[in-house]
Design a protein around this ligand. Structure first.
Ligand SMILES: Cc1cc2nc3c(=O)[nH]c(=O)nc-3n(C[C@H](O)[C@H](O)[C@H](O)COP(=O)(O)OP(=O)(O)OC[C@H]3O[C@@H](n4cnc5c(N)ncnc54)[C@H](O)[C@@H]3O)c2cc1C
Length: 364
C-alpha cells in the first residue's frame, strides 16, 4: 500500500486524509494541535456568488465548482459519521445606502450573466424575508443556492471519519517535509505552510470573529446568512443552532492571533446596525485566526515536487473550498489533475506570467 503523509490537520488536511485513506492510501496525519487553526475560528459561509465581483472570473469559477460539490461531500460525511454540517440554506446580502444598493445590482448582473441564480429584493422584500433586520436596510441580494455550515461540526465529523478510515494521527510538528519517509506528502498547514515551503506565496491575514449565544427573551436569529457593509467594513451574521456567529475583521498582522478591543467593538457595532436585536445575546466567545491568503485569491493546489503536493492558500474561502481541494489533491496524487482546479496550480507563480496581486476581497 502506498504511504501518504498529510501535514496539517485543519479542515483541508483532515478531509484529504479521510478521502485518501478511503481510496486506498496508508495515511499518517501530522499536527501538534489538530483542528486548532483557521478552520476552528471560521464562520462557515459557502458564498462564492455573493462575493463575486466583475473581473474575478477565475475565483468565481473555482468557488462555484466547490459549492456544487458540497451537497455530495456533506452527505458522504453524514453517512460515514452521522454528523450533519449545514446551518443555513441561503445567503442574503443587504444594502444600507445607495452605493451599496448599486453594488448589489452590479453583483447580481455579473454573476447572473455567468448562469447563477441571484435575486434582487426591495426594502419590503428584504424585511419580509428576515424580520429581524434593521429598518434602515434598503435593498438585498438573495443567493438561494448559498448555504452555510458549522465549521466546528465539520471538524468533529472529519476527525471521526479519519479514525474510522484508519488514518494514523501523530501530534507532531513537521519541520522538514523532505525528511518525511513517505511515498507522497500533502502540505496542508494553512497560513503556516509558508514556514515549511518559503517559495509559496501564502501569507497570514488575521480575522477576528464573535460567537453570540441566544438568551431567553432575545429575538430569534436570522434564518439566512446575512452579509452587509457598515462604514465601509464588511460584516456577516451566520446562524447556529444556539445563536449567531458575527464576523469578521480582516487585516495583516503577521502570525498574531490576539483579539483586539477595537475589533470586538467594531464587529458588535456593525452587526447591531444590521440586526439590532443582537444586543440581547450573550457574548460567548471572541477569537482570531489566520486566513492562508495568496496574491490572486486562488488557492495553491498542485505539485511542488515529485513527492510533495500543496493543498493550501484557501484564504477567506477555505470552508467553501474543502470538496474541490480534496478532489483536486487526490487527482494530483493519482496523476489525474482535476480540470476545474487547474487555475489553482502553484506553478502559475513560477512562470513568466505571474499574476498581479489583488486585494483580499470580501463584502463590497
Ligand atoms: C475569522 C475567519 C472567518 C472565516 N470565515 C470563513 C467562511 O465563512 N467561509 C470560508 O469558506 N472560509 C472562512 N475562513 C477561511 C477558512 O477558515 C480557512 O481558509 C481554512 O480554515 C483553511 O483551512 P486549512 O486546513 O488550510 O488551515 P487551518 O485550519 O489553519 O489548519 C492548518 C493546520 O496545520 C497545522 N500546522 C501548522 N504548521 C504545522 C507543522 N509545521 N506541522 C504540522 N502541522 C502544522 C496547524 O496546527 C493547523 O491545525 C475564515 C477564516 C477566518 C480566520
Amino acid at each position: 500500500m502506498r504511504t501518504l503523509a498529510v501535514v496539517g490537520g485543519g479542515a483541508i488536511g483532515l478531509a484529504i486524509a479521510w478521502r485518501a485513506a478511503e481510496s486506498g492510501w496508508s495515511v499518517t496525519l501530522f499536527d501538534p494541535a489538530v483542528g486548532s487553526g483557521a478552520s476552528w475560528v471560521a464562520g462557515g459561509m459557502l458564498a462564492p456568488l455573493s462575493e463575486g465581483w466583475p473581473g474575478e472570473d477565475r475565483v468565481l469559477a473555482f468557488g462555484a465548482a466547490s459549492l456544487a460539490r458540497w451537497p455530495e461531500f456533506a452527505a458522504r460525511l453524514e453517512t460515514a459519521t452521522g454528523v450533519s454540517v449545514f446551518v443555513a440554506d441561503e445567503t442574503l446580502t443587504v444594502a444600507l445606502d445607495t452605493a451599496d444598493a448599486a453594488d448589489l445590482r452590479t453583483v447580481a448582473e455579473w454573476v447572473g450573466e455567468r448562469g447563477h441564480d441571484m435575486r434582487l429584493l426591495d426594502r419590503q422584500g428584504v424585511r419580509a424575508a428576515e424580520p429581524a433586520l434593521a429598518r434602515t436596510v434598503r435593498a438585498g441580494l438573495l443567493a438561494p443556492a448559498e448555504p452555510a455550515i458549522d465549521n466546528r461540526r465539520l471538524l468533529d465529523g472529519l476527525r471521526r471519519a479519519c479514525v474510522d478510515a484508519g488514518v494514523e494521527t501523530r501530534a507532531e510538528k513537521v519541520d522538514d517535509l523532505d525528511a518525511l519517509p513517505f511515498d507522497q506528502i500533502v502540505l496542508a498547514a494553512g497560513a503556516a505552510s509558508v514556514l515549511l515551503r518559503q517559495e509559496l506565496p501564502v501569507r497570514p491575514v488575521k480575522g477576528e470573529i464573535l460567537r453570540l449565544r441566544h438568551r431567553p427573551g432575545a429575538a430569534p436569529a436570522p434564518r439566512r446568512v446575512i452579509r452587509a457593509r457598515v462604514h465601509g467594513r464588511p460584516v456577516y451574521l451566520i446562524p447556529r443552532h444556539d445563536g449567531i456567529v458575527v464576523g469578521a475583521t480582516q487585516y495583516e498582522a503577521g502570525f498574531d492571533t490576539a483579539v483586539t478591543v477595537a475589533g470586538v467593538r467594531d464587529l458588535i457595532a456593525d452587526a447591531e446596525a444590521v440586526v439590532p436585536g443582537i444586543g440581547e445575546y450573550e457574548l460567548a466567545e471572541a477569537i482570531a485566526g489566520l486566513r492562508p491568503c495568496t496574491p490572486d485569491n486562488l488557492p495553491l493546489i498542485g505539485r511542488l515536487t515529485d513527492r510533495i503536493v500543496a493543498a493550501t492558500g484557501n484564504g477567506r474561502n477555505g470552508m467553501l473550498a474543502v470538496p474541490l481541494t480534496v478532489d483536486a489533491t487526490l487527482g494530483w496524487l493519482a496523476g489525474e489533475p482535476v480540470a476545474e482546479a487547474l487555475a489553482a496550480d502553484p506553478q502559475r507563480f513560477t512562470t513568466a506570467t505571474r499574476p498581479a496581486a489583488s486585494p483580499v476581497g470580501g463584502v463590497r
